[in-house]
Ligand binder design. Structure first.
Ligand code: UGA
Length: 454
């Protein structure tokens, strides 16, 4: 490790995106990863998960010599300028964040750090953790900075290289400046805050977005009951600049490795601080209600009975553009369908096997003999499948599209009974197309392509 090199501890989504992107910016990066198989694959240029541009930047970094991977036992922190902590902070049984991996790393690195180096926390950690790191390090000659990440899986590299803002929480302005300098080539907006604010801001962002989604999904359920169309309603909402157009796509509920964990952790942090964050508890409950709502619509489409029904599920990942199944809404819904007695066969374009459900590698194969096809993940390819072929192989040609992906007119023309969440029988949006597009189509570069009419 060179004197001004960057060490990244942890080669998960955050760590790897950070490591390859810093190498891309010209820094010398050493990435510390404990899993030997993952380390070996990475050193051979093979990313452990599907992520846009990851392989390209990984191989470029290895080839240029700017990027290397080492085991924790052989990592030498004595020459590095910056140590980025990118370790998992999973949910503990009480809903709080489990910080054992983070503190384990601190214990290891504390005696090795050279004076003047800076420890940067990028893991999502409860407010107050940086202070605990300072205490545990017990190295007044080493800086501690909180630099939360706002990467979205599937667009992680792009989000790193073109961030909305960089958040740098620090007590010491010179440490904040040194960390900001690492990102200088990005010309990004830098927001320097206190340590606690940086930590809380990360949770505030994720929890706010989760709340926005719970709200939209509740509106979609209300649309189902009142005859309103969620595509029209969200177009009107999104045209209000105070609300904004992003994160208004209804779905089967939200999930992934971050929103559920971070929302629960903020509820737990608030409770410990003496505040009952009832709004967020409602956000979480509302998400469970969304999964249940989807299952009740599925039952309705199966004449009120899921027991003994064959259901084809398109989509397993928690969203499109990733192969991540962690806390996937698709799996939540599939689990509930199975619990109600349905036998489910799933198809996903990037997941061949899944412990929770039998899979078919072919979308039409999954639909053979099905009483219902349910679309659960917003993979754009699902909108391009041959719907006549789908209708032909199903036992009852009925589709429940929880992502509003499939064109209702095409589905009906193919002989399918089509129903989308919040669309009162799947009616296409009546908002004039041009207006709807300008209201919802303003490019949010992190988003998957907007489903038709939503
Ligand atoms: C989320 C945040 O968006 C990132 O800013 C944050 O950095 C990251 O967590 C993290 O904490 O590491 P991510 O988990 O990759 O990113 O997923 P999102 O793209 O936010 O999607 C989360 C869930 O919301 C998915 O299930 C997705 O399908 C759903 N979603 C999203 C909708 O149902 N509708 C939308 O309009 C947008």
């Amino acid at each position: 490790m060179t004197a001004n090199g960057v060490t990244v501890v942890g080669a998960g989504y955050v760590g790897l995106a950070t490591a390859v992107s810093f190498a891309h910016l010209g820094h010398r990066v050493t990435c510390v990863e404990k899993d030997p198989a993952r380390r070996e694959a990475l050193a051979a240029g093979r990313p452990p998960f599907l992520e846009d541009r990851m392989e390209e930047l990984l191989t470029a970094g290895l080839r240029s010599g700017h990027l290397s991977f080492v085991a924790p036992e052989t990592a030498d922190y004595s020459g590095t300028g910056f140590v980025f902590l990118c370790l998992p902070t999973p949910q503990a049984p009480d809903g709080s964040a489990d910080l054992s991996a983070l503190f384990g790393a601190i214990e290891q690195i504390a005696p090795q750090l050279r004076p003047g180096s800076i420890v940067v926390d990028k893991s999502t950690v409860p407010v107050g953790t940086a202070r605990t790191i300072i205490d545990q390090l017990d190295r007044p000659d080493v800086g501690v900075v909180s630099n939360p990440e706002f990467l979205q899986e599937g667009a992680a590299i792009d989000a790193f290289l073109r961030p909305d803002r960089l958040v740098i929480g620090a007590d010491d302005p010179s440490a904040a400046q040194a960390v900001a300098a690492l990102y200088a080539p990005l010309n990004a907006q830098v927001m320097v805050t206190g340590l606690a604010s940086a930590e809380l801001a990360k949770y505030a962002c994720n929890s706010f977005l989760a709340t926005k989604l719970s709200f939209v999904n509740a509106i979609a359920a209300l649309c189902d009951l009142t005859g309103a169309d969620v595509g029209e309603v969200t177009a009107v909402m999104g045209a209000d600049r105070r609300i904004g157009t992003a994160f208004l796509r209804p779905g089967p509920g939200w999930g992934g490795s971050c929103f559920p964990k971070d929302t629960s952790a903020l509820v737990a942090t608030a409770a410990r601080a003496g505040f009952d964050f009832g709004l967020l508890r409602a956000t979480l409950a509302s998400n469970r209600q969304s999964f249940d709502w989807v299952v009740s619509l599925a039952a309705e489409l199966c004449d009120g009975r899921l027991e003994g029904r064959r259901v084809a599920a398109w989509g397993l990942t928690f969203k499109a553009g990733t192969d991540d199944l962690r806390d996937s809404p698709a799996l939540e819904v599939i689990g509930r369908l199975q619990a109600a007695g349905a036998s489910v066969v799933a198809h996903d374009p990037v997941v061949d096997r899944c412990a929770a459900v039998p899979t078919a590698t072919d979308p039409y194969q999954a639909a053979v003999g099905a009483d219902l096809l349910i679309v659960l993940t917003e993979w754009p390819v699902f909108a391009t499948h041959d719907l006549r072929r789908v209708a032909d192989v199903m036992s009852r040609p009925v589709v429940l599209d929880t992502r509003g992906l499939i064109d209702p007119a095409k589905a009906r023309a193919a002989g399918l009974v089509y129903r989308a969440i919040g669309r009162a029988g799947g009616a296409p949006a009546r908002v004039r197309a041009g207006d709807a597009r300008s209201a919802l189509g303003q490019p949010d570069r992190h988003r998957s392509p907007e489903p038709s009419g939503a």
